[in-house]
Structure formats: structure tokens, C-alpha cells
Design a protein around this ligand. Structure first.
Ligand code: NOJ
Length: 763
């Protein structure tokens, strides 16, 4: 014990002296006016190895999302050959690593990054779920709380927001984004950056954001992760790029290059993307990091012959930091000697990374974020948990509610059946990296607390989340699998359900069925759970289906046979209480879908902003654009979501019917809550440009507003649309505003709308 104390004391002294030394080295130039001089002076002292070290990011040994390629990173930190670490957190651990950096020759502080995607320890709904709240204030709030907790836990930098537009639910990573629409996606992107970074990066509570995956990662062919992206420039500029641009305009400090190629050139070697567009056109001043081993992977892509060439291509394209691949540190010295990479370009990349460290205040105090007290006091606070519950509540989408089956009445006897009733593990969803599922509150716990002494409740598992043994193995969920046969589980559930008046079935995907490397070719509820659902349905009792999933599912059978369906995604730490409140009517659901739900997998990619085609759908005409077996429309359209009350739309008005280039369109509508319950309504405004020099989508979301209406009251909702919002990129890639006729729609989802029209005249 005594020795331990002595050692601790010595360590403390060493730490202190290193800190003071670092302060002395860096102090002189920490004044904002000196930033450039300070960084340039530092760069002038650096060896090429040290420079390449600043361009290098390694994973620590805490957790990884890919192959570990480097296990001696600690040595690299001390020798200045690694300037950045990810997958390391807690003040104690980051302090230990920072101590190592303070032993390097120039004592440049390490930057600590991590995947803080939907909360750090207090886990919020998965981003796709949160986007269904259509609430930028909530999006900003969850990012702010994530930043507060992450920074208290030693972190400087999050790999979020993920703003990839996604129109193909086979792709597992749809869970991480905000769905299919660029206007909503851009609004959420801005909110997230603001939440993470705050107004002052030097504040201890703000962290750097990193917008990803630049670019177009959400459009892999066939929805298969890491697959090729092949896209027209018009789709890029009109649909897929706006959210990245919005994040950058909001001040995102960093950008992550995507794994995919874009029209033949991997994003990580794409000079047009990284330099011409990102830096020159969009004016991005921060740094670009690759995704995990993206530089190395170019050899597989086949645009380079070896890692040396890959490194040269990446650096020359404008990539600053090499995540985990060790290509820059291994090969760029030789590339400089051969004059295939310019030292000026390396210096520029180093500058950008040191600038980020400088902005965080790390040169003034490398241990700024290593504060054990904050870690104790600022993580999973009551306030954070309340905010997570509020967001979880707002993220649920009521898809069906025949005969107002929901909300449930306390006095009924209710059977809760399914693998998500007592489940905790899945609730925090994928990419809840530092999240601890044991802290999550299950539906059962919440319901039991709620119904004490009131309704009679009963439970049966009914089915495992899947009985596909290969999948169970891949997802490492053996320990969560009930070993009894599927038949036994179903029979038990039938016995329990037979005694109840109402059956709540909690079914869905396990968290590992979406996220990275989790594309699915069938997007239904897993077959063993469907067997359970059909067996319970045969009892002829009313069923409420609660869904947990990370992507739109195909739910045609369920929609036809089940009375009520509530989409709950993966709602995070406070899942149980949030679902329980909606189930029993303490909260009125208000979420609306941000991705279309197909009728069948054969319809994907499916999205509302489609084009009319030369032969639009006509059921009576064979030679029109359609399927023989199902309609073209999705099962649940974009923007769809029910409430426990009803909203009526009336009196759609425009300030004028003709507009000129500099005019502003003012549109208004009256919304009335005609039901008996107060509630939020998400009002959506769409536009259709009827004739364009390039064909235009049938509808495009331009505005939205979330309004609260007490039962029986009305509100006028007004929107202002500037002409800038009607511009688009034509076939010649000119951004144009074209005179002509437009339709304008306001409604409760993309299909249920009031309609008017206007004309844009002259130019
Ligand atoms: C790979 C993922 O694509 C990316 O989103 C993530 O940030 C990195 N790994 C780091 O974990």
C-alpha cells in the first residue's frame, strides 16, 4: 500500500512537471492573434516523421470496428509518430495517453476521437428514430448532452453527424442517418453540429464534430454496405450533397471520407470531391479524416496498385488524416523524397490538425478534458435521462390504430409477448459505443411500475429475436437466446395470451441487424417471430404491435392483420418508460416517418421525391410504369404518422399567385385539433415544379413545422419560402431558377395534402 502511494505520488509529480513543461513550450503563442505564428513555428520545428505522426490516427485497445493493424501505438505516441487516438475514453485513460504525448519531443497534445453517435453514456434514440421527431431543437439538445458527457469522459471529437441520404432500407446504416430527404437532413445536420460544437470550441463541454461519410455513402448499389456508388451529378447536387454542405456551413470542424467509390474514384482519392468541391467551392477550413483503413482499401478498389500509391493518391486528393491504416506514416516519406507528394501539402494538412487542437485549447492545457470530477458529475444525470426520455417519446411513430385501440386503458388484462418485452440489450441500438445496455430501462420494468395494482399483466417470451443460428453467431448473441424449441416458446405464449383481453407484442430486429456491415436482403420481422405473431393472431384478440428496428421494414401482413402498430425504433436508455407513456396515453405520439416503408423489398429503393416518368402509373393501362403484383406506392409514405387525436387542415393560402425572382412566398394553413386530446402535429410543405428544363420530382419537401394544439383549438401555421429554395441543378449542372407553374402542398404527410398553385414569372 505504502509503495503504491509513493508510486502514485511520483506519477503525479511526473504528470505535473510534464504539464508545466508543455505549458512553457506552448504558452507564448496561445493568444488568438498568435495562432498562425504559433502553429507555423511549431511546424517549422517538426521532422517529417513528426508531421506524418500528426496525420496519423490509431485505435487504442478499448474497442474497434475493424481489423487492428497497430498494437504498438503507445510507443508511437511517445516518439511523435502518432498524434491522434480513437476508441480511448475516461479521464483516467486519456490522461495516461496524454502523459505519453507529453513525453514526446515536441509535446503536441493528442486528439481523442470516438463514435459518439446518439449519446455517449445516456443513449438517445438511433438517429433514424430521432429524425422522426422532426424537431431540430431536440436534435441539437441530444448532441449537446452527448458532447457534455463525451467531453467529461475525456473525448475531444465525435464521428458524427452521419448525414448520408438513404433511400434503400436494405442498407443497415440507414439507422445512423436522418432518412431520405435533403431538406430535413440538412436541418438536422446543422442542429447536430451546433449541439456538439456549441459557440466556443474552447468550452470544456464542446467537442469537434465530424460530418460523414463524405460522400454519398448512403447510396451503395443494391443496399450492400461498402458497395460501389454510381450516381448522376444532378442527383448528387440536388439530393445527396446538401446535408454535408449544411453541416459544413454550420461550422463542422472535420469531415470523414467515405469507404465507397464515386463514379469510379474512391472518395478517399477523389480530388474533385475533397479539394475542388469541399475546400475550394464550399470553403471548408477544417481537416478531413479517412474512414477506418480507407486508404489501404484502395488497393482492393483497384484504383492503385499498392499502399504507397494509395497514400500518395489520398494526400494529393486532400485527405489530412489516415485513420488506422498507417499508410501515411509508412510511405509518405519516400513519396516526398520522390517528389510525388509536396511537403507544402503535408504542412497544410498538419496545420489543419494542429489548428483543431489549438481551437480546443489543448495547447494551453492538454489535460483540459481529463477531469475526473466532471466524469462523475456530468454523466447520466437526471436531466440527461429526462431529455433522453423526451426525445424517445417524440421519436415514436404510430403507424396504425384501428378503433382507437391505443392508448391502452389501465383496467384491462394485458399480455405482453415477444423478445423485446424484457429485452435491454437491443434497446440502446447499434453505434451506442460507450453505452451500457444494462442501464437501459426495459418495457416490462416500466409497465410493471405503471400498472401496479391496476391492470393485470402477464408475459411470455414467445420467440427469440431470431432462430437463424448463423446470424446468432455473427451477432454474438448466443447468451441471450432461450434454448427451448420455437414450438415450446409459441405454445407458452398462446397459453398466456389466451387469458388476456389485449395482447401487446414487442417484435423486431435485434440491434445487430442494422448498422455497419448489417445489410439485409429481406427486411421483414424475422420468420420465427412472424410465426409467433401469426399463432397469436389466430386467437382472434386485438393485438398492439410494438416494433423495434433500425430500418424501414416491410409490414404488409402486419398492417392487414394487426389492430395497432407503434414504431419504436431503438429508443435508447429510456426506452421502456417512453414506450409505456405512449402505450397508456400519458403522451400522445407525434413522430412521422423520414423514410418510406415499402410494401415489399422488391420496391426498393423507394422514396417520395420520384419523377413522373413518360408513362406514369395507371392501373388500367398495361404499358405504364408499375409492378404486376403490387402498387407503386409505399405501405407507409414519407411524413406519415398518426396521433391519438385528429388534425384537420383548411384554408391554404398564398400571399400572391405570381412571384418574381426576389419575392418571398408566404403560405399559410389553418390546423385544427378536432379530437379530444392535446397533441403535436408536424406540418409539411411540399412544392412541385411542373415543367423544368430537366425533369423535376413529383414533390419536394421545402418546409416543416411542429406545432402543439390543445384539443378543440386551431392555429394558423405560416411558412416563408425564398426563391433560393426553388433553385435546382439542371442537366448542364447549372444552378437555375426557372419561370413557370408550380404546385404547392401543405399536409400531414406527403400524400395527404391541400394543394394550390403559383407562377414564377420572368427572371
Ligand atoms: C467505420 C465507420 O464507417 C465510421 O462511421 C466510424 O466512425 C469509424 N469506423 C470509426 O469507428
Amino acid at each position: 500500500m505504502r509503495n503504491f502511494r509513493k508510486n502514485s505520488f511520483c506519477l503525479l509529480l511526473i504528470g505535473l512537471s510534464q504539464f508545466c513543461l508543455a505549458q512553457n513550450i506552448h504558452k507564448k503563442n496561445t493568444n488568438p492573434a498568435n495562432k498562425e505564428a504559433f502553429i507555423q513555428t511549431l511546424i517549422s520545428k517538426m521532422t517529417l516523421d513528426e508531421k506524418l505522426g500528426q496525420l496519423t490516427l490509431y485505435t487504442s485497445d478499448m474497442s474497434v470496428t475493424g481489423p487492428i493493424m497497430r498494437d504498438n501505438y503507445k510507443q508511437d505516441i511517445m516518439s511523435g509518430r502518432c498524434g491522434n487516438i480513437f476508441n480511448a475514453y475516461t479521464p483516467v485513460y486519456t490522461r495516461k495517453l496524454q502523459d505519453m504525448a507529453m513525453q514526446s519531443r515536441l509535446k503536441i497534445p493528442l486528439l481523442f476521437g470516438y463514435d459518439v453517435i446518439h449519446g455517449h453514456k445516456t443513449i438517445f434514440p438511433i438517429p433514424l428514430g430521432e429524425s422522426c421527431a422532426w424537431d431540430t431543437l431536440l436534435s441539437e439538445q441530444s448532441a449537446k448532452i452527448a458532447a457534455t458527457e463525451a467531453s467529461a469522459d475525456g473525448l475531444h471529437w465525435t464521428y458524427s453527424p452521419m448525414v448520408d441520404i438513404t433511400r434503400d432500407p436494405r442498407w443497415g446504416r440507414v439507422a445512423e442517418g436522418s432518412g431520405e430527404d435533403p431538406v430535413l437532413g440538412s436541418a438536422i445536420a446543422r442542429a447536430k453540429v451546433k449541439g456538439y460544437q456549441g459557440t466556443d470550441l474552447k468550452s470544456k463541454e464542446s467537442i469537434l464534430s465530424c460530418v460523414k461519410h463524405f460522400a454519398l455513402y448512403g447510396a451503395p448499389v443494391a443496399g450492400r454496405d461498402y458497395n460501389t456508388v454510381d450516381m448522376s451529378m444532378q442527383s448528387m447536387f440536388n439530393v445527396y450533397l446538401p446535408p454535408y454542405k449544411a453541416a459544413i456551413d454550420a461550422g463542422a470542424a472535420s469531415v470523414m471520407s467515405s469507404f465507397n467509390e464515386i463514379n469510379g474514384v474512391p472518395a478517399t482519392a477523389n480530388k474533385w470531391l475533397m479539394t475542388d468541391l469541399l475546400r475550394k467551392q464550399w470553403g471548408f477550413k477544417g481537416f478531413v479524416v479517412t474512414d477506418y483503413t480507407s486508404i489501404n482499401e484502395m488497393v482492393n478498389h483497384g484504383n492503385v496498385a499498392n499502399e504507397y500509391e494509395a497514400g500518395v493518391a489520398a494526400l494529393n486528393a486532400g485527405i489530412d488524416m489516415d485513420m488506422q491504416g498507417a499508410v501515411y506514416i509508412t510511405y509518405l516519406k519516400a513519396a516526398v523524397e520522390k517528389n510525388e507528394v509536396k511537403i507544402a501539402d503535408i504542412d497544410a494538412a498538419v496545420y489543419r490538425i494542429l489548428d483543431a487542437k489549438w481551437q480546443l485549447g489543448l495547447f494551453e492545457n492538454p489535460y483540459l478534458y481529463c477531469d475526473e470530477k466532471r466524469a462523475k458529475n456530468n454523466i447520466m444525470t437526471t436531466e440527461h435521462l429526462q431529455a433522453a426520455e423526451q426525445t424517445a417519446t417524440a421519436s415514436m411513430v404510430l403507424l396504425k390504430n384501428d378503433n382507437n385501440l391505443l392508448p391502452l386503458k389501465n383496467e384491462e388484462s394485458i399480455a405482453f409477448i415477444g423478445p423485446f418485452v424484457k429485452n435491454k440489450r437491443d434497446l440502446i441500438g447499434n453505434w451506442s459505443a460507450a453505452g451500457d445496455y444494462t442501464q437501459a430501462k426495459s418495457l416490462w420494468d416500466a409497465v410493471a411500475a405503471k400498472t401496479v395494482g391496476k391492470a393485470s399483466i402477464s408475459y411470455a417470451l414467445g420467440a427469440n429475436v431470431t432462430d437463424d443460428t448463423l446470424l446468432i453467431q455473427k451477432m454474438h448473441i448466443q447468451e441471450f437466446i432461450d434454448k427451448r424449441s420455437a414450438e415450446t416458446l409459441i405454445n407458452e405464449a398462446i397459453t398466456v395470451a389466451s387469458k388476456a383481453n389485449i395482447i401487446v407484442m414487442a417484435l423486431g430486429e435485434s440491434e445487430g441487424m442494422s448498422g455497419e456491415a448489417a445489410s439485409r436482403s429481406a427486411i421483414g420481422i424475422p420468420p420465427n417471430q412472424m410465426n409467433l405473431l401469426k399463432a397469436i393472431h389466430a386467437l382472434g384478440k386485438p393485438i398492439v404491435l410494438l416494433l423495434s428496428n433500425g430500418r424501414p421494414l416491410s409490414l404488409s401482413w402486419e398492417n392487414e392483420h394487426v389492430s395497432a402498430i407503434l414504431e419504436t425504433w431503438f429508443l435508447g436508455t429510456q426506452s421502456g418508460p417512453a414506450i409505456c407513456k405512449v402505450l397508456f396515453g400519458d403522451e400522445n405520439p407525434s413522430g412521422k416517418l423520414t423514410m418510406s416503408f415499402p410494401r415489399s423489398i422488391g420496391q426498393v429503393p423507394i422514396y417520395y421525391a420520384a419523377k413522373n416518368t413518360g408513362r406514369p402509373f395507371d392501373n388500367n393501362q398495361k404499358y405504364t410504369s408499375k409492378y404486376l403484383d403490387i402498387p407503386n406506392t409505399p405501405l407507409y409514405p414519407f411524413g406519415f404518422g398518426l396521433s391519438y387525436t385528429q388534425f384537420n387542415y383548411s384554408n391554404l393560402q398564398l400571399n400572391q399567385n405570381q412571384f418574381k425572382k426576389n419575392d418571398t412566398i408566404a403560405a399559410s394553413v389553418t390546423i385544427t385539433n378536432t379530437g379530444k386530446i392535446d397533441g403535436y402535429e408536424i406540418v409539411q410543405l411540399y412544392v412541385q415544379d411542373l415543367v423544368g428544363s430537366s425533369t423535376r420530382p413529383l414533390k419536394e419537401l421545402k418546409k416543416f413545422s411542429k406545432v402543439f394544439l390543445k384539443a378543440g383549438t386551431s392555429k394558423q401555421v405560416c411558412f416563408k419560402i425564398t426563391m433560393d429554395e426553388l433553385y435546382f441543378y439542371n442537366a448542364n449542372m447549372e444552378r437555375v431558377l426557372e419561370p413557370g407553374q408550380f404546385k404547392l402542398f401543405i399536409g400531414k404527410n406527403v400524400n395527404e395534402v391541400l394543394e394550390t398553385s403559383f407562377e414564377l414569372i420572368g427572371n
